[in-house]
Design a binder for this molecule. Structure first.
Ligand code: CTP
Ligand code: MG
Length: 194
């Protein structure tokens, strides 16, 4: 019984901590627009460096609001009575929390950029599906950056004895990503439903 409860607790924690990654990956769909990150430049192969699907607004908006939303939810959840208490802003713990979330959100969007860079080199047009890579680019980037720059926190929370919970989180992420992508496509926010 205690094993089951421990496992469920781990699942909840790991999924909760990965929220900035999902948000950073999905928010650009609504926040994006304006100047593309590659300024319209082409690489030597004559194809766009990244393409019109990667904009500055989407990138920084995704990182900023991904972290801000997670932190706001954390404040709401952590304060007794469910009310946010603004004095918490000055507690070092909040800055640490924001730092941890920041690496995940930044990593998610750098992973997304790297994927687009590779897609353009291979010859995939903007929005053309690349099975599994489109789904897991953000997770891979977020985990890599967090592991590189925030290793103690990353291994402590995502790796140490949490293998099964990590699998659960990846499943939740995949389903969440699919639902949000289809919703965004149905509402004309996204060109393709993946
Ligand atoms: N987006 C953005 N800026 C980013 C990332 C995404 O503006 N840095 C927006 C774009 O409107 C993009 C949408 O979010 O079309 C969905 O992102 P994604 O699926 O990653 O881009 P695609 O258009 O599918 O392009 P790619 O083939 O390069 O993945
Ligand atoms: Mg895509």
């Amino acid at each position: 019984m205690s094993y089951v409860l421990g496992f469920l607790g781990d699942c909840a924690l790991v999924t909760w901590l990965s929220l900035p990654l999902l948000l950073a990956n999905m928010l650009p769909v609504v926040l994006g627009g304006g100047r593309p990150m590659d300024f319209g430049w082409c690489a030597g192969d004559g194809r766009r460096l990244l393409g019109d699907g990667k904009t500055w607004q989407g990138f920084f908006g995704g990182v900023f609001f991904g972290v801000l939303t997670t932190w706001t939810l954390a404040m709401l959840a952590l304060t007794p009575g469910g009310m946010p208490s603004l004095y918490r802003i000055w507690e070092i713990d909040d800055f640490q929390f924001i730092r941890h979330m920041g690496w995940l959100a930044l990593g998610a969007l750098l992973g997304d950029l790297t994927k687009s860079l590779i897609k353009r080199r291979i010859g995939f047009d903007r929005g053309q599906p690349w099975f599994l890579v489109d789904q897991f680019d953000a997770v891979a980037g977020a985990f890599l950056l967090s592991w590189m720059f925030d290793r103690q926190w990353f291994t402590g929370n995502f790796i140490a004895s949490r293998g099964p919970a990590l699998m659960f989180m990846l499943l939740v992420y995949l389903v969440g990503h699919q639902i949000l992508s289809r919703w965004a496509h149905a509402n004309h926010l996204k060109l393709v439903p993946h």
